[in-house]
Design a protein around this ligand. Structure first.
Ligand code: TYD
Ligand code: MG
Length: 496
């Protein structure tokens, strides 16, 4: 019997120490070390969970050792005799975020605030996929009855969506009944056992923080539990060639709870976010081994579950007030997806010694920088004015291409004028007040044209071809303000 020993694991960064520290020597977080009892396993296997997985299924484990192979001789995995590299989730929005569909055998981690709709999304996706493949939904957080209730609410069992065409193609090789299995279980070993016994093509773990590996003394959801459970699941998934969707909770700061190493383990990390008070939800990829990152999928939460929003720009522009001063329309790019977003700015005299600045959906520091540029290079005195800037629709616009739009919105609010509502504004603002070029300009202009915009204020340094929009090139912020603001606020008559 191997000797047990104590190990202290940091809940923040996952670093391990043989002794206790009040402050983690690795990440400098206070009071983050928790004690764990470790029983070393007989052979040189560092991860205890893996050894359990191995001992439970030692037969399957005894596969021959892999030798190096030439890349040309490798073949792509086949699912249900269908030699496609990716399978559709039934939702174009999710497929886009995943880089064109689900890669068989991959590990996808989905994080998000509580109640944002992770379970709803995955149950709907599981249902879609279940019409073609065998799916196991491990509901560690809810009972089978609770999931059943939710599935009734979602009308699962009745709906057949985009997957229809594909389904017909595969009719011969697929079962006619949806094969969606529920497993209300928190014990990791049972889950691993069922995965090996049922051999589903796709499995959902909801959530990794609720799973429990009995050999570890720490509580479910602790760094050690999360890490070991994910590692064990990953090993079984890779061996059995199961595509895994893992739900992960997020911490107060918005990162997935658990050690950073979790995000390194998996192939794809998605965040499901959105304003809890608004109905739309954004699905964003922050890591993707099989596609571009920062791709965006948009869904809308309704009574019958999540529905895709195939044209999100229309959603973001739906509550537009074209004639109020201080609004400007920009085209942001999320991954390869252009989104037309309305920005609103309000500047008003401050009643504090130092003025307030507040942003929603725009980076705070970028606003400070733009305000400084407006003050110094354009001569707008903002140091005695509060400034508020917000992007519509709960979208977070982090990219610098929004700078010029912010500058124009602030200037418009200051002068109580409107920006021509048929104009989109695209450009980065430099500290010297110059307007800099941005990436993916063609995509942005195309989206604006599609939505009926007539003009675009763009950086003069950027060569632009092949657009039906009227192009207004500007070299400096000052020029953009001169051409962009059209008339007095409220009473404006805007030419179309
Ligand atoms: P849920 O998927 O349970 O969130 P998570 O798993 O991320 O914690 O979503 C719960 C929220 O979604 C809840 O506030 C109610 C709402 N909802 C709807 O509005 N319509 C629906 O059809 C469903 C199933 C949930
Ligand atoms: Mg849930």
């Amino acid at each position: 019997m191997p000797k047990q020993r104590s190990l202290y694991v940091c809940n923040q960064c996952g670093a391990e120490f043989p002794q206790f520290f009040g402050k983690c020597p690795s990440c400098s977080e206070w009071n983050s070390l928790v004690e764990q009892i470790v029983t070393p396993v007989a052979h040189s296997n560092r991860i205890p969970a893996l050894s359990v997985a191995r001992s439970t299924h030692s037969k399957a484990q005894s596969t021959p050792r892999q030798a190096p192979q030439p890349i040309a001789s490798l073949t792509l995995p086949q699912i249900s005799d269908h030699p496609q590299a990716r399978l559709s989730s039934g939702y174009t929005e999710l497929d886009r975020v995943l880089g064109g569909g689900i890669v068989p055998g991959s590990l996808v981690l989905i994080g998000g605030d509580p109640g944002i709709g992770k379970s709803t999304l995955l149950l709907q996706v599981a249902n879609q996929i279940a019409s073609r493949y065998r799916v196991l939904y491990v509901c560690a957080e809810e009972s089978g009855q609770q999931v059943k209730l939710r599935s009734q609410r979602l009308g699962i069992g009745k709906q057949q969506r985009n997957g229809e065409a594909e389904k017909q193609q595969e009719e011969k090789s697929t079962p006619s009944e949806p094969e969606l299995y529920l497993l209300p279980e928190t014990d990791l070993e049972t889950v691993l056992h069922e995965l090996t016994a049922l051999r589903p093509q796709v499995a959902v773990i909801d959530s990794i923080q609720a799973l429990y590996f009995a050999t570890l003394n720490s509580a479910p959801g602790s760094v050690a539990q999360v890490r070991e459970c994910t590692a064990a699941l990953m090993q079984v998934a890779k061996r059995e060639h199961i595509t895994l969707f893992i739900v992960g909770h997020v911490t107060k700061e918005g990162a997935i709870a658990g050690p950073k190493v979790l995000e390194h383990l998996v192939d794809t990390v998605l965040y499901f976010e959105g304003d809890r008070f608004a109905s739309h939800r954004l699905l964003r990829s922050v890591k993707n081994r099989f596609g571009a990152t920062h791709e965006l999928g948009v869904f809308e939460m309704a009574d019958g579950g999540l529905a895709e929003v195939l044209n999100p720009s229309e959603l973001f522009l739906s509550n537009r007030d074209e004639h109020s001063p201080g609004t400007a329309t920009i085209v942001a790019c999320e991954g390869t997806r252009p989104l037309v977003v309305e920005l609103q700015a309000l500047v008003s005299p401050t009643s504090y010694p130092s003025p307030r600045r507040s942003t929603t959906g725009i980076e705070y520091n970028r606003l400070l920088q733009i305000l400084a540029v407006l003050e110094k290079r354009v001569g707008i005195p903002l140091s005695k004015l509060d400034a508020y800037v917000a992007a519509s629709g709960g979208l977070n616009v982090a990219e610098p291409a929004a700078d010029l739009g912010v500058a124009l919105a602030v200037a418009a609010s200051f002068r109580d004028r409107v920006v021509d509502p048929a104009t989109v504004i695209i450009g980065e603002v430099g500290l010297g007040g110059q307007v800099r070029s941005v990436s993916q300009m063609e995509l942005r202009l195309k989206e604006a044209a599609k939505l009926g915009f007539k003009r675009a204020i763009v950086p003069a340094s950027q060569a632009i071809t092949g657009t039906e929009l009227e192009i207004i090139p500007v070299a400096r912020v000052m020029d953009a303000i001169a051409v962009g603001l059209v008339a007095g606020g409220g009473k404006a008559t805007i030419e179309e």
